[in-house]
Design a binder for this molecule. Structure first.
Ligand SMILES: Cc1ncc(COP(=O)(O)O)c(C=O)c1O
Length: 424
């Protein structure tokens, strides 16, 4: 069969099914909020409403119970959740926060927002999370916290990372935005560190438009998160809070509408996650035999969350650059993306070292005594994954059927069978 990129008929002629998870339950829940007339019930004063409206609080209780943690603090995005977590951790000017370079930018910007310096540890080339050894290499006398990302839904090596943190007295924030429902040694991703952050934005396994939840078993951190979420500075006096570091607050409050949707979505989490895993397993079983295609690794004792299905591509074995292979797949009608996001340290804020103001704060802050490096080549595995090896598709989700997945496999096989045509 002639390759579509050479003018042949594509394997896939129609779009893949969209990810649609909003049903009558969510609609009913939203209508109840609208009928109540109270779309958000927060008050930025020391009162019961300081903690939000009834649905916000129910979502938090249900989230905490589901994930088996003491506290769940809802926020209006995982970005806000990460910022609040960095604030709660007490990181500030002069401190360093170790973070993954291969993630959505917000995994690192929380440190900058609090005037701390993100230090990028490299990832491993199997599960794409920062490795314990790369974290060790980044620890300095200025390190305050570590932000670990469970990239694409696979939990990082959390036990070893928590041991490192204990040894060095560091706080760990687990960015589980992409990993709700993923499991690590029988425990939920997001609950494996001092704080864990989930996202409820539209692209995630469960969503409510925009939203996030931070979980913790630590009463003090939970209190700090709640204060940062809702203009903390105005209530600390009445509340009797004594440690004021980083408690200048924001408005990170979730509305009643989002909470109502979030509650329904949480009930569906398992039902929405299992089809992702089944679809990913289907692809992995069939793509594994193609020489040079490396399906996602799943460590023993882990349940992958499959935010996306990310594979590795071996150019030397396959004989054409990844870009050409991906273009051929796309021409066959398969949504496939080269790399993920550019390594964060290559973004202008880091390259130019401009955070806030005109003097390069926090990078130039006099009480910062470290020496951070953001040069190209800093995280070699990350750069190799991004620029040469990694590619992903987002077709593994509920609503996609075997015939859809078969098209993905057939397209890979077709490109392989005609690879010589693409060479030279
Ligand atoms: C790993 C990771 N962290 C944080 C975020 C930020 O999530 P939100 O859009 O809810 O702010 C995302 C969103 O894509 C993400 O993938």
């Amino acid at each position: 069969m002639k390759l579509a990129i050479r003018g042949g008929a594509p394997i896939r002629k129609k779009p893949f099914p969209p990810y649609k998870t909003i049903g009558k339950e969510e609609k009913r829940a939203v209508m109840e909020v609208l009928d109540s007339g109270v779309l958000s019930n927060y008050l930025g004063t020391w009162s019961e409403e300081f903690y939000g409206g009834p649905r916000v609080r129910k979502l938090e209780r249900e989230w905490a119970d589901y994930f088996g943690v003491k506290h769940a603090v809802s926020v209006n995005s995982a970005t806000s959740g990460l910022y609040a977590a960095v604030g709660a951790a007490g990181a500030g000017p002069g401190d360093e926060v170790i973070v993954s370079p291969y993630s959505m930018s917000a995994s690192a910007t929380g440190a900058l927002v609090y005037g701390a310096i993100p230090v990028f540890a490299d990832i491993g080339d199997d599960i794409f999370c920062i490795t314990p050894q790369s974290i060790r290499n980044c620890i300095t006398p200025y390190t305050k916290a570590i932000i670990v990302v469970d990239l694409f839904g696979h939990p990082a090596d959390m036990d070893e990372i928590m041991e490192i943190a204990t040894t060095h007295h560091l706080l760990v924030i687990e960015d589980a935005a992409q990993a709700p429902g993923a499991l690590y040694r029988g425990r939920f991703a997001g609950t494996l560190a001092h704080m864990g952050v989930f996202s409820l934005n539209y692209h995630k396994t469960i969503h409510c438009g925009e939203g996030g939840v931070v979980v913790t078993n630590d009463d003090r951190l939970a209190e700090r998160l709640q204060l940062i979420r809702n203009h903390g500075e105005v209530v600390v006096k009445d509340k009797g809070t004594e440690d004021l570091v980083n408690l200048i607050g924001f408005n990170y409050r979730m509305t009643e509408i989002e909470a109502a949707i979030g509650r329904e979505q949480l009930r569906k989490l398992e039902r929405l996650l299992v089809p992702r895993i089944e679809a990913a397993d289907y692809l992995s079983e069939r793509l594994r035999s193609l020489p040079g295609i490396i399906p996602p690794v799943v460590r023993p004792d882990v349940r992958h969350g499959y935010y996306v299905y990310a594979l590795r591509y071996d150019t030397d074995r396959i004989g054409i650059p990844r870009g050409q292979f991906v273009s051929a797949l796309k021409a066959e009608g398969i949504p496939m993306v080269e790399g993920y996001v550019e390594p964060i340290y290559l973004e202008p804020a880091y390259q130019w070292r401009v955070g806030f103001g005109r003097d390069g704060f926090p990078f130039t802050f006099p009480s910062y005594r470290g020496q951070v490096n953001y040069d190209r080549g800093l995280c070699q595995v990350t750069e190799r994954m991004h620029y040469r090896e990694l590619m992903y598709t987002n077709v593994c989700h509920a609503g996609v059927e075997e015939c859809d997945l078969r098209d993905v496999v057939d397209a890979f096989i077709k490109v392989f069978e005609n690879i010589d045509e693409l060479k030279g």
